[in-house]
Design a protein around this ligand. Structure first.
Ligand code: SF4
Length: 430
């Protein structure tokens, strides 16, 4: 059973008069367990929806619609499947020890449903028989899998869960059932790099088109999980890894119509190498995993430059983390040239998690306040959209509204790629 949280306007659900609080029991005789079931079973031309109102009345709705048209019912959030691993590099263990983050950030999720719906990486170690059956029945493909290492002993040492050593069997089972995956390796020095990574690449590549891509992401540590036996990669280790990944890419391009293996932006940044352009990533949507994010922002900003209004006299300040700062500074210069505005980029150290954390999306509200305060007399402040959630809360639970209140003279806007916000601006001073 799932409960309706809201009903979209102009939807079939609204036409039928379905109200928030209604319990959705079955579609076409199938019990509804969660959001994924609703999406799966409502994809039909003829839908018999059995529901129960908040007053306990049962109603059978008979719906005729286009296959891909949703009924427009938004369910209450599902209970998330928890992770049963104990990785020493776990980002949850990297949270500040005091409860000062948004509540959800203390939850270790490992949920195959979120993997299919939103591209979250999962380890497959908590799947029950009924989960496997559902993956095949509902064809939940592709899934995003944190492989880390195909050597069972190494994977066991990393995930510290006996089931993690079954990765080969798990991947076989998915491939046999026709489920494809995007694989990920979080690279930890002296654990799964070097020869272990070579074997992982070899084993995954040998699985043919059941493994659609492999992303290699350097381990991210904070002030709070550096003492758990994992250290950051050195520059030389990043260089060696990039060379190894490049060899895999060259082979894939010779033998398949894809580069297949992708190093995360952060690996290039930590190696001190130029972050590649969009062509490196073969149009794959791996940006949420830090793979191709820099080129995505750069390309989208540049595409918009010619369409920007004249903003002469307007002073713009942009907040970013230490890794993206050089790239954003370059974008800022191009925006200044195109618009006549004054554009400053503030390279901001992360005090919420510590200086090892360098991305803009992990800066807290207090970090933003500290960065923007010296620019309180500027006109426009741009922050990364990734630093806040849908409720406009930063990771440290400060709201965007609180930040705006603290800096009343500055118009603060979350932005995806700088120019998305500036396109609609008018000059503040002439
Ligand atoms: S699988 Fe992810 S959430 Fe689970 S312990 Fe490892 S890093 Fe943490």
């Amino acid at each position: 059973m799932i409960r309706v949280a809201s009903v979209r306007s102009d939807s079939i659900g609204e036409e039928l008069g379905i109200r928030p609080g209604t319990r959705l029991l079955q579609i076409n005789g199938n019990d509804l367990r969660d959001t994924l079931d609703l999406a799966f079973y409502e994809s039909d031309e003829t839908v018999q929806l059995l529901a129960e109102t908040a007053d306990g009345d049962r109603i059978l709705y008979e719906i005729e619609k286009d296959v891909d048209r949703s009924i427009g019912l938004v369910p209450e959030p599902d209970k998330v499947r928890r992770c049963t691993n104990a990785c020493p590099f776990c980002f949850v263990k990297g949270n500040p020890k005091i409860e000062k983050l948004r509540a959800g950030l203390y939850i270790k999720d490992d949920d195959y449903r979120l993997s299919f719906m939103f591209g979250h990486y999962v380890t497959l170690t908590n799947l029950r028989d009924e989960d496997w059956a559902r993956i095949f029945e509902q064809r939940l493909s592709p899934l995003y899998v944190s492989v880390h290492a195909t050597d069972p002993d190494v994977r066991l040492a990393m995930l510290r869960n006996p089931r993690s050593a079954e990765i080969g069997e798990h991947l076989d089972r998915l491939a046999t059932g026709g489920i494809r995956i995007h694989a990920q390796v979080v690279l930890c020095p002296e654990l799964n790099d070097g020869e272990v990574l070579e074997r992982t690449i070899r084993d995954l590549y040998a699985r043919g088109d059941s493994v659609l891509s492999l992303s290699i992401v350097p381990v991210g540590l904070t002030d709070y999980n550096q003492d758990r036996g994992v250290r950051p990669l050195t520059e030389a280790e990043c260089e060696r890894t990039l060379d190894l990944v490049e060899r895999a890419r060259q082979r894939a391009r010779r033998e398949r119509d894809t580069s297949w293996a992708y190093a995360a932006d952060e690996l290039f940044l930590q190696a001190g190498r130029e972050v590649p352009g969009a062509e490196y990533f073969d149009d794959l949507e791996l940006v949420a995993n830090g793979v191709g994010a820099v080129s995505d922002i750069r390309d989208r900003a540049r595409t918009d430059l010619a369409a920007l209004p004249r903003l002469a006299g307007t002073r713009i300040v942009m907040v970013t983390g230490t890794s993206m700062a050089p790239h954003l500074t370059e974008i800022g210069r191009e925006v200044a040239r195109a618009t006549g505005a004054t554009v400053e980029t503030v390279r901001t150290e992360n005090r919420l998690f510590g200086p090892l954390v360098t991305t803009a999306g992990l800066l807290g509200g207090e970090d933003h306040l500290r960065a923007l305060r010296p620019y309180a007399d500027f006109d426009i402040g741009l922050i990364s959209r990734t630093a806040i959630n849908d409720d406009e809360l930063f990771l440290d639970d400060m709201s965007l509204a609180e930040l705006r209140t603290a800096l009343p003279g500055l118009e603060i806007w979350p932005s995806e790629h700088v120019t998305d916000v500036l396109r609609d601006m008018r000059p503040c001073r002439q």
